[in-house]
Design a binder for this molecule. Structure first.
Ligand SMILES: *Cc1c(COP(=O)(O)O)cnc(C)c1O
Length: 368
């Protein structure tokens, strides 16, 4: 039997009746966008993350953009971030005319290296965007300490980390503001696109709400130039249902990861994921590092086992940066070394022990 990298049908069937009821309720009442379901979800998420404000929006990319815009990031500002992330982290910076300054990562966690941040600060630096990659938190005390000393904003890209915790506090409550994505493949995913921002800052929250709705505090009165970035009621309803299951689902992922770690230790040149003492890991992706990632990926796929490389190329080496006139490609040896070596294998709620054993057997066979 084929084993997909990710099977999203489990989470639908586990809540099928309730999910279907939301669909019909939204249709029958024609209450499509915003409204009480969105307000309810925002309240639940703020409580879950442990912050004062949650603002729902259209996707995680918008969430990042809205935060930077609300913080007043503008042309010429420098934002320090990681090259080991999904492209959206960088895109939101360049769209504002600001400059992404990518620094190297920690070779074990693949998260941004705090020591490298400090060295990249200039008088133009305004903010740091750490990304909790694969679902494990960055070393936020170290990062917040640097930010405090240099008077910088810290924005968590928590798009892969809903439910992860750093020293007992949830991702999303660890900096000035945080961006989340509800893209269907994320640990908390909806039935389309969705995202949100969490923050404790009243002023930033109000500014984000204003910008996300055309700078329109009341119908047809515009006090700012904003965008249209809203969540619809169907997605909000689904997310409320799934949020109640999230800790259980994340726990299943962690248990599967522990089994892989145990079974795959010492196999070939495989390096299993490193768990930081300061963070829980929600295994948005279960990542193996090997010099043979492309060959192993093909070998698994030939047997119907899903596997994917995250990421084939560190972002600072992407050709789009040739379009930025003053871009100087940094030398980031650790990120460069990881490119094409980090392979995700099946890890999702509902994956069975039998399926895991099949994946493990195939990997062991590849290395014999
Ligand atoms: C998914 C993701 C995003 C973007 O979220 P979308 O909802 O797809 O716009 C941003 N950053 C990271 C790290 C992500 O994984």
């Amino acid at each position: 039997m084929a084993i997909p990298l990710l099977d999203l049908t489990n989470q639908y069937f586990e809540l099928k009746e309730e999910s279907d009821a939301i669909w019909f309720d939204v249709m029958e009442n024609s209450a499509y966008i915003g409204g009480p379901r969105v307000a309810q979800l925002e309240k639940e998420l703020a409580e879950y993350v442990g912050v004062k404000h949650c603002i729902a929006c259209a996707n995680g990319t918008d969430a990042l953009f809205l935060i930077l815009e609300a913080l007043g990031i503008k042309r010429g500002d420098e934002i320090i971030t990681t090259p080991w992330t999904f492209f959206a982290t960088i895109e939101c910076i360049t769209h504002l005319g600001a400059k992404p300054v990518m620094v190297d990562i920690d070779p074990r966690s693949y998260n941004i290296d705090p020591a490298a941040i400090e060295a990249a600060i200039t008088p133009n630096t305004k903010a740091i965007i750490p990304v909790h990659i694969y679902g494990q938190c960055c070393d936020m005390d170290a990062i917040n300490d640097i930010a405090k000393r240099h008077n910088l904003f810290v924005i968590e890209d928590a798009c892969q980390a809903m439910g992860a915790a750093y020293k007992g506090k949830r991702a999303g409550a660890l900096a000035d503001a945080a961006a989340f994505s509800f893209y269907p493949t994320k640990n908390l995913g909806c039935g389309g696109d969705g995202g949100c921002i969490t923050t404790d800052n009243d002023e930033v929250a109000a500014r984000i709400r204003l910008i996300a709705t055309h700078g329109m505090p009341q119908p047809y009165r515009h006090t700012a130039f904003g965008v249209n970035s809203r969540l619809d009621a169907l997605q909000a309803g689904l997310l409320s249902l799934r949020l109640a299951k999230l800790d259980e689902w994340n726990g299943q992922r962690a248990a599967e990861a522990a089994y892989y770690n145990e079974q795959l230790a010492g196999v070939g040149d495989l390096i299993t994921p490193h768990g930081e003492d300061f963070s829980t890991h929600i295994y948005h992706l279960y990542i193996l590092k090997t010099d043979h990632a492309p060959e192993l990926q093909q070998y698994l796929r030939d047997q119907g086992i899903g596997a994917a490389i995250y990421y084939p190329l560190a972002l600072h080496e992407q050709e789009c940066f040739d379009l930025l006139p003053d871009y100087v490609k940094p030398s980031l040896p650790i990120a460069e070394e990881c490119a094409n070596k980090t392979l995700a294998i099946p890890c999702f709620p509902g994956l069975t022990r039998e399926q895991q054993d099949e994946v493990i057997a195939a990997i062991k066979k590849f290395f014999t």
